[in-house]
Write a protein that binds this ligand. Sequence first.
Ligand code: COA
Length: 215
Amino acid sequence: MHVTIRPLATEDIDQVRDIEIEAFTASWPATAFKREIDNPRTTYLVAYEPSETEPAEVAAEPAAESDDRSGLVDNLKRFLTRSPRTARSGEEVVGFVGMWFMGPEAHITAIAVREVRRGEGIGELLIVGSIREAMRRGSQVVTLEARVSNYVAQSLYEKYGFTNVGIRKHYYTDNREDAVIMTTERVDTPDYQEKFTQLQQGYTERKGEIHITLA
Ligand SMILES: CC(C)(COP(=O)(O)OP(=O)(O)OC[C@H]1O[C@@H](n2cnc3c(N)ncnc32)[C@H](O)[C@@H]1OP(=O)(O)O)[C@@H](O)C(=O)NCCC(=O)NCCS
């Protein structure tokens, strides 16, 4: 797994916005990513991986005259499953997480992975990055809300020690679905840090080296 985590950069915004639109319903208020980059109370991290080929090259290939139709189809498939824009040259953003810091609490405001890349461990990597960022900033707990029906997300959070501490009734405006409020135990304790180290070791054994750069 080559996916790496680093803070959001201005050049990533188009791709991150695409991922936000793809992951959340139209009713989700669009994030003002440009403003959030400069907000000292928030951190946005992106998961990205270097692309093997520039999109322009991939896009040009299907147009070329050739009898090798299977090659063309393969190229077209590769082109269609890529994000339409790349940030820094050769970097494809495949997921992001947003966090907001208030007093002792780090709150995860959004997390999403590009649909075609789900189930590969990228969401988990973003959670690892978020918890590391919370620790770096001296937060005591990490909290978030999830749709009661979003078992995939809840299962990911539970793995990192989040537990269900309450319900916000009709929290989501599109279908008035309830949100489950989840929080970690204190992350600034040796006990949690030990568990967190073990979880990261487990991740490394399954997926490979973790590469995370924080601000
Ligand atoms: C939630 C989300 C970020 C998870 O990202 P992901 O990259 O697919 O997840 P990972 O591959 O890292 O999986 C991590 C854990 O998530 C859970 N998970 C992932 N896919 C799952 C599935 N299809 N069924 C059940 N659990 C699943 C598992 O606990 C998994 O751990 P495991 O590999 O040890 O079983 C992603 O599904 C997503 O973007 N969903 C749409 C947006 C969203 O719902 N965001 C959350 C808002 S609260």
